[in-house]
Design a protein around this ligand. Structure first.
Ligand SMILES: *Cc1c(COP(=O)(O)O)cnc(C)c1O
Length: 413
């Protein structure tokens, strides 16, 4: 594992690898630890040889798949048996996700929230106990507090910084520990390897919602998690035009995940999968810009007198910085900023003035966004004195974003 981390970091820093056009139509996905993230994203899951040389896997529409003859029908000799379960379009994305995550297998589902719920259903049964991080994405919490509790699963929330002390909260029936690092809205880092060691020692599985970092900047399975899931809606898509989730599992968690996915009848339409694949090819490149511009804006905000605190693990001032530096190779464009106390009117004037920041939920697209965050559902709500904002830094010119925020502060007064 340490070797893998070092390889990854070195690749991030190294000059782009030499890319040579290959005239031979061989399968483009041959997993190798020596490949850099951009090379992997370009090649993963692509098989031009299977589609007359065309670069991209086409959109296969279909429910029925015909067998060639009665013998094949009777002996179930067919690669794709039914459109709900798999197709060449679906497989192009799941192959790519499996390779990027270093997983035993992966599935795609209709939303990021569905990735959370399906992953949890695949590991839990009635009578089990779940340890859920208190900084989890709010709709994930809602699922635990309603559906899981109704189906007889006990749920307890733990503080994100718990680390190895998670073992103190484990019970004989603790079946899963759910992590999200950094957590939603307040961006608290978690020590995934320490949590995984403690959980595995007592027979529990570890799940990670890795939407913020994506497998480009953090690979949960390399750090001890059993299941890594993503809202593909965010950076995989990158264009705010689809909803999609991905779930990748190691060998221990894969059979139950694959069964649950099939049992629930989950499938994703081929157009959305095509768009996810299209986004995936440029994800590392886009993330480089989100990362650089995000840190630039976060540092600038830190220097402003109107700002109480910036919540961004890539900043040296952040309490999670050491963990981020140890485990992650980059940061996305999403972070928090706590303003000093202001009146509601002044806050509204600020938000209306920052016209380059759209006001809306979700993130991970090419555009900058802002929302006002609330942590009131938590066991331990974040103690903010002023308004807590969540910024998504998009692909605009960073000087324009800073100038726009500056005019916002002028309006704030
Ligand atoms: C957005 C988000 C989700 C849910 O994704 P949807 O595709 O919107 O359902 C899950 N987890 C995290 C951390 C998210 O930010």
């Amino acid at each position: 594992m340490p070797g893998l981390r070092n390889t990854r970091k070195t690749r991030e820093m190294a000059a782009p690898p030499q890319v040579r056009f290959q005239n031979t139509l061989v399968s483009m996905s041959s997993p190798s630890d020596s490949k850099g993230p951009n090379t992997r994203l370009v090649a993963a899951g692509r098989h031009p040889d299977r589609q007359h040389g065309f670069v991209n896997t086409p959109v296969y529409r279909g429910s029925t798949v015909l067998h060639a003859n009665a013998d094949d029908l009777l002996h179930h000799r067919i690669k794709f048996s039914y459109g709900r379960r798999n197709s060449p379009t679906i497989e192009a994305l799941t192959d790519a996700i499996t390779e990027l995550e270093g997983a035993a297998g992966s599935v795609v589902v209709p939303s990021g929230l569905n990735a959370v719920t399906t992953a949890l259903l695949s590991v839990l049964k009635s009578g089990d106990h779940l340890l859920m991080v208190d900084t989890v994405y709010q709709p994930s919490r809602h699922f635990c507090d309603t559906v899981l509790r109704r189906y007889g699963v006990e749920v307890n929330y733990y503080a994100p910084g718990i680390g190895a002390a998670i073992s103190d909260l484990m019970r004989p029936n603790t079946r899963a520990v759910f992590t999200e690092s950094p957590g939603s809205l307040t961006f608290d880092m978690q020590d995934i390897p320490a949590i995984a060691n403690a959980a595995h020692a007592q027979g529990a599985l570890v799940l990670t919602d890795n939407t913020w970092a994506t497998p480009v900047y953090f690979k949960p399975l390399d750090f001890g998690a059993d299941i890594s899931l993503n809202a593909g809606t965010k950076y995989i898509s990158g264009h705010s035009d689809i909803l999609l989730g991905t779930i990748a599992a190691n060998a221990a968690a894969w059979p139950a995940l694959s069964d649950m996915h099939g049992a629930l009848g989950l499938t994703v339409g081929p157009d959305d999968i095509y768009l996810a694949l299209r986004g995936l090819r440029t994800m590392a490149l886009r993330l480089e810009r989100h990362y650089a511009s995000g840190v630039a804006v976060a540092r600038w905000l830190e220097s402003r007198p109107e700002v109480a605190r910036v919540l961004h693990p890539a900043l040296e001032s952040d309490p999670g910085h050491a963990l981020w530096k140890r485990d992650f190779s980059g940061a996305s464009g999403l972070f928090g900023v706590e303003l000093k106390p202001v009146s509601q009117d002044r806050l509204i004037a600020f938000l209306d003035a920052i016209s380059l920041f759209g006001m809306g939920y979700s993130w991970g697209g090419y555009e900058s966004l802002v929302v006002v965050a609330s942590t009131k559902d938590r066991v331990t709500p974040y103690a903010a004195e002023g308004p807590l904002l969540r910024l998504h830094i998009g692909l605009e010119d960073v000087e324009d974003l800073i100038a726009n925020l500056e005019s916002g502060f002028a309006a704030l007064g």
